[in-house]
Design a protein around this ligand. Structure first.
Ligand SMILES: NC(=O)c1ccc[n+]([C@@H]2O[C@H](COP(=O)([O-])OP(=O)(O)OC[C@H]3O[C@@H](n4cnc5c(N)ncnc54)[C@H](O)[C@@H]3O)[C@@H](O)[C@H]2O)c1
Length: 351
């Protein structure tokens, strides 16, 4: 008998993946699917679960233990509030909301009601990202000095047939860089300020296809990240980790963390250091591979969500934390637009 009844709002690309994970889990029952599109109704039918036109009706009729919100981002705030009003924890897909105001409103409502929201920044549940964070925290790399990363992929032209992906609010920063920003915050702590250049020269669309970002962390760590959706390369977390949906696994690295006593490549988890005898720039380094636990990101996320539902764990990333990741991302956009350094606190003023 299922211990958890979980409903899903939005049976699009990611909502269907959530449905698949829920139906495969021995302790979970998929309570229903809310999606007004005919394809949503067909999907519910194919899984043999109740179908609803909207989230609110689904929650009221099925009274689930929890919900997964996989709706277009503009609907996240109202969906989150509908769950909170009914005392239902939710897994909210990322970004947590469309604007910072919405994101912090949602965070406040969640805090005041004591109803948790887990934001779907799934990489935080990936063994490589978790181990990178633990390795930094353990002091093995010594004082962290710098971080460098890249997310270079070649999206097909057809990806941009969907209008919102070509227009303001789409673009590789909000869609993709937000994950890398979240990972870097998770591993290295808060980001104080950013500078950035963006370009749409390759695709010629309204939105950027390429960007370079400079980051200063509150710890003093300095970092750089480049991103492009118009480069044929293996260098993205999706392709290198083998943990993402829809991507072939090609083991390589996309993130490099440099400390006074050693450095770490992610996700191959090569740890370079001098060994017990020490050394300097001209001595041969020791290369050690830190073992990963073999777990799967999205399964880990669901396992964690079940503990959040039980009240056994606080969300690894709650609504406020998700809002802070969004704040950094919006600071990057502002820095590029205005051609200046932007403090992340600027984005948070008045919120
Ligand atoms: N974590 C991840 O790996 C990941 C991957 C893709 C998308 N996302 C996020 O998930 C969200 C959904 O993205 P997607 O790519 O699945 O979008 P999508 O457009 O494929 O799916 C959205 C679905 O919501 C349905 N919908 C629209 N309005 C509705 C309403 N009022 N009530 C119920 N259903 C409604 C649509 O019919 C559609 O089926 C976005 O916030 C996106 O950023 C996360």
């Amino acid at each position: 008998m299922a211990r958890y009844s979980i409903a899903v709002a939005g049976a699009g690309v990611i909502g269907r993946e959530h449905c698949k994970l829920l139906t495969a889990h021995p302790e979970v029952e998929l309570a229903g699917i809310a999606d007004p599109a005919p394809a949503g109704r067909d999907h519910a039918r194919s899984l043999g679960v109740p179908h609803f036109q909207d989230l609110e009706t689904m929650l009221d009729e099925t009274e689930p233990d929890a919900a997964i919100v996989a709706l277009p981002t503009g609907l996240h705030k109202s969906a989150g509030l509908a769950c909170i009003d009914r005392g239902i924890p939710c897994l909210m897909e990322k970004p947590v909301a469309a604007t910072l105001r919405d994101a912090f409103d949602l965070a406040r409502a969640s805090r005041e009601a004591g109803i948790p929201i887990l934001v779907g920044h799934h990489r935080r549940h990936s063994a490589d990202i978790r181990l990178a964070r633990e390795t930094v925290a353990s002091g093995r790399l010594g004082r962290i000095v710098t971080v460098s990363g890249m997310w270079w992929v070649d999206k097909p032209d057809s990806y941009f047939d969907i209008a919102w992906r070509r227009q303001a609010g789409g673009g590789t920063l909000l869609i993709n860089l937000i994950h890398d920003i979240d990972c870097m915050r998770f591993i290295l702590g808060e980001i104080r300020r950013v500078a950035a250049f963006t370009s749409n020269r390759v695709r010629g669309l309204e939105v950027e296809d390429t960007a370079s970002v400079s980051l200063e962390f509150e710890s003093g760590v300095l970092g750089g990240f480049t991103i492009s959706d118009a480069v044929a390369s293996p260098y993205s977390w999706e392709r290198t980790s083998g943990q993402a949906l829809y991507f072939p696994h090609q083991p390589e690295n996309y993130l490099f963390i440099g400390g006074r006593d050693g450095s770490l490549e992610v996700p191959t988890m090569e740890h370079w250091h001098h060994g017990p005898g020490g050394g300097d720039w001209q001595s041969k380094l020791v290369r050690e591979t830190l073992p990963l636990d073999g777990s799967q990101t999205y399964e880990n996320q669901l396992a964690h969500f079940l503990k959040v539902i039980d009240g056994a764990e606080p969300p690894v990333i709650g609504a406020e934390d998700g809002a802070r990741t969004l704040a950094v991302l919006l600071a990057v956009k502002k820095a590029a637009r205005e051609g200046r350094v932007v403090e992340v606190t600027e984005m948070l003023e008045g919120l």
